[in-house]
Write a protein of this length. Structure first.
Length: 328
């Protein structure tokens, strides 16, 4: 199988953007420049990118507390994201939300979510709205292996299947939920088997292989768009960073993490695959890395200089203003 060169370049550019944004966020947080909490998506880039490359701007996604990668993959602006991390007025939520609350409705990004398992019902709601309004969008719900043990998972899966809604549930099984290994909390080997309980088809992919994720997601998205109802895709991956930046990671051996990062980094694997097949050159990839690093550096220096929201705006934007129509 061969791929369009533009697609391959885009896949790498998007993964590089997530990786460099994240490494910068880690550095800035450890230097004390960013308030709040930061959860990194490093090592899981292939999932968000492989899926979102198959979506249109008007498709919706819901995200998690580890949401920077989903935002970038769906097309969010790196400067506005960085400004949000800094708590600045130019940020996506005018600096009032921080890392875990980045949303951009104009690109269908319904929000990162500090509530584990909080995205399922938003995705099902977005899909239901599309069906009622006869719009052709689909909704993609990203969630973790830990989140799959919440009740909301089962309610959402059941409703989406019973009402034949256009939802792709994407489990990012990175094998840890905070400090707890997957095998200690979950009775089944694969989250994918749970789909069967709701009459829903499911697939499992190597979540660190962006081409495998991309190819599989293309088929599933097409199937869902054709009106066949929801699907579950389980992406097997590994959380190489701590649960949050600053996590002492006492619950797992460092050698396990080092081994995973050395042998299973999605960017390195992609680079090896495309260079050895002569689809792209090393120089093309190096150039993308350099351009992306410059873009993120610019975002940081602009965010540093940006203003904080004014103190008098503390209580604005708490509720969305809109008129209520009387249907009586
Ligand atoms: C409802 C709820 N319960 C607990 C938490 C605390 N918490 C934050 S992240 C997390 C683990 C989530 O694990 P997983 O869904 O596997 O995602 P990962 O962090 O591995 O990406 C927990 C328990 C929370 N934020 N919300």
């Amino acid at each position: 199988m061969s791929y369009d060169t533009e697609l391959l370049l885009r896949l790498y550019r998007q993964m590089a953007k997530i990786r460099i944004f994240e490494e910068k966020a880690q550095e800035l947080f450890l230097a004390g420049e960013l308030p709040g909490f930061v959860h990194l998506y490093v090592g899981e880039e292939a999932i968000a990118v492989g899926i979102c490359e198959n979506l249109c701007q008007n498709d919706f996604i819901t995200s998690t507390h580890r949401g920077h990668g989903h935002c970038i993959a769906k097309g969010a602006d790196a400067y506005r994201m960085m400004a949000e991390l800094y708590g600045k007025r130019d940020g996506y939520c005018k600096g009032k939300g921080g890392s875990m609350h980045i949303a951009d409705f104009s690109i269908g990004m319904l929000g990162a979510n500090g509530v584990v398992g909080g995205g399922y019902n938003l995705a099902v709601g977005a899909a239901l709205a599309g069906k009622i309004l006869q719009q052709d969008h689909i909704a993609v719900c990203f969630f973790g292996d830990g989140a799959s043990n919440r009740g909301t998972f089962h309610e959402a899966m059941n409703m989406a299947a019973a009402w034949n809604l256009p939802v792709l549930f994407v489990c990012e099984n990175n094998q840890y939920a905070s400090t707890t290994p997957y095998r200690m909390t979950t009775a089944v080997q694969d989250i994918a088997v749970r789909a069967q309980g709701y009459g829903m088809p499911a697939r499992i992919v190597d979540g660190n292989d962006v081409l495998e994720v991309y190819d599989t997601a293309r088929d599933l998205v097409e199937w869902i768009r054709a009106g066949n109802g929801p699907m579950l895709l389980e992406c097997k991956t590994y959380r190489v960073k701590g649960h949050y930046v600053g996590d002492p990671e006492l619950y797992r051996p460092k050698a396990e993490v080092d081994h995973q990062f050395a042998s299973n980094d999605p960017l390195k694997r992609f680079a090896q695959a495309v260079i050895s097949r002569e689809w792209l050159t090393e120089r093309q990839l190096t150039n993308i890395m350099a351009e992306t690093a410059e873009l993120i550096d610019q975002a940081v220096s602009m965010a540093r200089k940006a203003d904080y929201p004014a103190a008098c705006e503390l209580f604005t934007d708490l509720y969305a203003e809109r008129e209520v129509q009387d249907h009586a």
